[in-house]
Design a protein around this ligand. Structure first.
Ligand SMILES: Cc1cc2nc3c(=O)[nH]c(=O)nc-3n(C[C@H](O)[C@H](O)[C@H](O)COP(=O)(O)O)c2cc1C
Length: 210
């Protein structure tokens, strides 16, 4: 074995880059649909986000994240699916105006990315890993995606309630049990100055056992 083979390559980044990474993490922000410009987002920028998502860790290397990207006119069918999900959930309380508003909702962000979790299964159909671990891995993937979005100046937000996790929408994006729909990630250019974030003191969350 030569000396060259013994050289350890730690892949450590230089301190300036580490600082930039810390900054990118702290500057990542969630911005809702009202804070997005209607302008389209270049496909390359979305691909960069998805590439980052694909480097997330997963227990057992299951890589359970699944995404469907809706842009342009594909959002019309998505809006119709949101409206149908609303209709299925409301019964007596159904309101035509809300139904119509659901249709328009998908057009309020130029990009919608469905967040799916597809767990790995064994030959006998049982799960290879805990569903919680699979969901956490998807969370890591979304964080990666969001970090790259923010670093590119793009606003985004994870939406995880109501129609965004509805079984009808899960079916619409091709997720069938045991796969789960974990919501949607919206992406667009911000229409407001980039807001500052806020966090409680780290000292309340960390205990050093020395
Ligand atoms: C798993 C997850 C689900 C979320 N779901 C929603 C949601 O349904 N609606 C919403 O307004 N924000 C949602 N958010 C965004 C949070 O509200 C946001 O991250 C939080 O306010 C902190 O702001 P920041 O991301 O700008 O630091 C979600 C975030 C995470 C991690």
């Amino acid at each position: 074995m030569t000396d060259q083979n013994l050289t350890l390559d730690t892949h450590a980044l230089d301190s300036t880059t580490v600082e930039a990474l810390q900054q990118a993490i702290a500057h990542r922000r969630s911005l809702g649909v009202a804070r997005l410009k209607p302008d389209a987002v270049n496909r390359y920028l979305i691909e960069q986000m998805l590439e980052a998502a694909n480097w997330a860790p997963s227990h057992g290397e299951t890589e359970p994240w699944r995404f469907t990207v809706f842009t342009g006119d594909s959002r019309i069918a998505l809006g119709e699916a949101f409206a149908e999900a609303y209709r299925q959930d409301t019964g007596e309380g159904f309101q035509e105006a809300t139904f119509e508003a659901q249709k328009g909702r998908a057009l309020m962000s130029p990009v919608w990315i469905s967040i799916g979790m597809q767990p790995a299964v064994k030959a006998d159909g049982s799960l290879r890993m805990d569903l919680e671990d699979e969901r956490v891995a998807v969370g890591c993937a979304v964080q990666n995606l969001h970090l790259v979005a923010s670093a590119q100046g793009l606003a985004g937000m994870w939406l995880s309630k109501n129609v965004f996790i509805h079984p009808h929408i899960a079916e619409f994006v091709g997720l069938t049990a045991p796969a789960q729909l974990m919501g949607f990630f919206i992406v667009g250019w911000p229409n407001i100055p980039w807001p500052a974030g806020e966090r409680g003191p780290l000292s309340e969350k960390v205990r050093w056992a020395e």
